[in-house]
Write a protein that binds this ligand. Sequence first.
Ligand SMILES: Cc1cc2nc3c(=O)[nH]c(=O)nc-3n(C[C@H](O)[C@H](O)[C@H](O)COP(=O)(O)O)c2cc1C
Length: 183
Amino acid sequence: MRASSVRPTGVERTFGEDEIIVSKTDDKGRITYANSVFLRVSAYHEDEVLGQPHSLIRHPDMPRTIFALLWETIQSGEEIFTYVNNLAADGAHYWVLAHITPSRTATGASGGYHSNRRSPGRGAVRDIDALYGRLLTEERKHSLPADAMSASRLVLDRELAALGKTYDEFVWSLIENDGMVTL
Ligand SMILES: Cc1cc2nc3c(=O)[nH]c(=O)nc-3n(C[C@H](O)[C@H](O)[C@H](O)COP(=O)(O)O)c2cc1C
């Protein structure tokens, strides 16, 4: 089943503070590995996930601009910490704090990507849900995806400038406010 055909039920699923949702992808972002926590929380079977892009679990309320930032960052060889709301196969949603990194082979060549996801603190989810709502409202004013993305990036940049923080510093301030500094 593809994410586009899954209807969100509004039911939130959580997972243990000591659990890590892990997946790995090839260079194109196709999933090559998903651990048992990934499969349990997303309610997919392994054979439905392998070879698919992560947009399989894309939630319609996630702003495009966050994924654009994610890909820009990892394609330039950097890591990113970001909050993501995901959609499970049964329509439940689950928030994660994701740490996504490019993988390197022994020779230093690009070897796809890796994501470790932890259960985020409730305070962070409240703040990030509100921010993503503002980004999404902006995106929905535009019919062309590219216009939506650049308009909501402006909103994001303006909010970050008002806080005097980079995106990375902003995410870390949410992590630290929730007392979660060990990832
Ligand atoms: C390693 C890795 C992990 C990712 N994890 C997620 C995820 O958990 N949820 C998600 O919606 N997108 C995730 N993405 C981003 C997706 O590739 C994709 O950009 C996003 O789902 C938006 O899909 P769309 O561009 O088709 O709308 C991940 C990408 C990579 C490389």
